[in-house]
Design a protein around this ligand. Sequence first.
Ligand code: SF4
Length: 493
Amino acid sequence: MCGVIGIWANDEVFHDLYQGLLSIQHRGQDAAGIITYDGKFHEKKGGGLVMDIFGQEEAAQLKGHIGIGHTRYPTVGGGGQEDAQPFMLNSPFGIVLAHNGNVVNYRQLKKELFEKHQRLLNSECDAEVILNIFAQELEEQRIKVITPENIFKAVAGVYRRVRGSYATVAYIAEQGLVAFRDPYGIKPLSFGRRKDGLLPSYAFASETVSLNLMGFDDIEHIEAGEAIFIDRNRQLHRRRIIKRKHTPCLFEWVYFARPDSVIDGVNVYKSRVNLGRLLAGEIKKKDLDIDVVVPVPDSARDAAIEIARRLKLKYSEALVKNRYIGRTFIMPAEAKRQSSVRQKLNPICSEIEGKKVLLVDDSIVRGNTSRAIVEMIRECGAEKVYFASYSPPLRYPCVYGIDMQTKTEFVARDADEKLVARRIGADEVIYQTLANLKKAIRMENPKLRYFCAACFDGQYPTGDVTPELLKAIEDERRLIQENQLELDIKKTK
Ligand code: SF4
């Protein structure tokens, strides 16, 4: 999971990009980068949070009315600074590119680019693969001035060769701004206009909250398999190049996206309220004796309030989050995840003692975080601890850009609700059904017929995820985690 922004404005763009990236910091806290253009490219990339990387000096250095920004959580790649996006190529024209997603055939393409096309890729980041393929597809057209047709042809070439998910923004020097979503539209990408000059300013972003904060309106999402090109004269051209089933990632609404964003026409906040409403129905069927509903902050709050409202139960924010610790789900090493749970959440015991508590969370992944939370609540003297997840059991790895670990590490890999409850130490576990998860999203946009639900049901929408590929990806992830752990241990010595 990463966040991208591309902008072409009537004024300097650094401030907009900075604000925009802050608003999607939750999509990746590992590294960030900005490249702007004012006749030449200016670049700053680094490890860590946006506010730690960019300051006064960078504001003065990153000049231009055009820029691409990125916040990263690593999936392919080990998380080194050389892997931070955006990436840049000087030919043809000079291209800068960043994306959110995961290229499934990354290794094969990297090899092919070197052996067949003599292009050496210097990083372990899949954005460099997309950039080189896009550049090559443009180069082969031997053009001096790029037309929309050239862009659409090059993007069609990317679609033909690159598998997986990729919501991409790019700028081609003196030619225009480009954005495209993979054929299945797995990862989100929206764009908006701002009337602040003779020509409109344009921006593309992973989440609409960035567009809102940068003052862009008239917001639309980019379709699956669609490319948009803002040409030299700031004219917008768009084309749906390839028509496949649009299968957006269900987890965006469950957890990733901010509640004040709209993803593919679905207000994230409303979808979480719907999820609470539907889960309340499942909880009711269990006929549990509950005194208080407690959300695991922050993503579960909206659903938990709705559950308490529907079941006419007391609601209490009895778990307090320290906002200055990273999201546990997206911290690179498991060791960091485990140690950070207690630092991150602290219970208000007076709200819990002697009570039958219903904890509500967005999901249960490995179970480590859930187990630590249940333990904390019990230590406060809770009489019973029930655990409700407003998404279904996670059982399959995500190959489209989310580091959900390997299949064997999911707590629900081989378990029903009862066994998961035992594994996390809860009295009962209640899961959302997959049908209800889909229903909660469709209630806000009935046009969304299909979804990527692969981490829940193992059905990968791109149709090209073989057991061999899954194994190779899992092996690679395990290696990355081991390297990361080794680095962490070295750092603490
Ligand atoms: S597998 Fe899950 S997390 Fe990954 S894209 Fe699909 S729904 Fe989203």
